[in-house]
Design a protein. Sequence first.
Length: 274
Amino acid sequence: MKFVASMTMYDQPQERGALDATWLQLRDALRQNGVPAPDALVRRNADLPPVPGGIRDAAGRLIAPDPVSLPPDELDLSVLWRHPALLFGETCWGPLQHGLDEFVHVVAQNSYDGLTGGQGYFYRSALVVLRGHHNAWDALPTSSFNSVQAMTGQHFVFNDRVSQSGYLSIVRDLQGLGASLDVCSRTTVTGSHLASITHVANGSADIAAIDCRTWALFRRADPITADRLRVIGWTRPSMGLPFVCSRHVHSALRRTVAAVARTIMLPIRYDYYV
């Protein structure tokens, strides 16, 4: 089976040139170290090698369908992350804490240096609302912020219940103040950060949590819509997104992937596991 690679978490159309260039740098370094890295990143279910009978765990239990059974032009992340041919992929600590760590090894981590709300291994999520309903200025990550006050009575939208940036960080911060999402008037799953932003921008929701890199990319891609929104606060720091390799990949190859990836990305840091 040929290996596949993917860097999906910030793979927005306007950023694909830069993302592809990063992959080419990593691909060439892997090949120089004897790893048969794939030519390009996968972006569709159709790009994934078939797995007849579906993807199974070590005990033979079905954990994901054969990619050929899925809509070819979509990309099912739960299948990608569990695919036995995944040589290099990008995920979130939320899914890792909810069972994904059985199927992958963390090999490196993303850097958030240079982003408002980011620093090295760590990132914050911006709490975005419609600008017209609030003060004119954006809150800085260093400013004091009461998440209970911000969320009370609001319709909160989020991408996924296992998303660290969109959901779990909010739950954590509220719990730290003795509260929960019950303070919200309503919560809705949107399926993506972009959809959450759209809900807030068109007035169908009040507030969303968007990780600092996604928010920076969105502001650059759609400044008109972004200007209708403002940041009222930031979550506490969370560990940034990890890069992973399937446990099906031979251990010697995994170690090489990790060694090479850490020269381009950041090494693993486990002393702040969230």
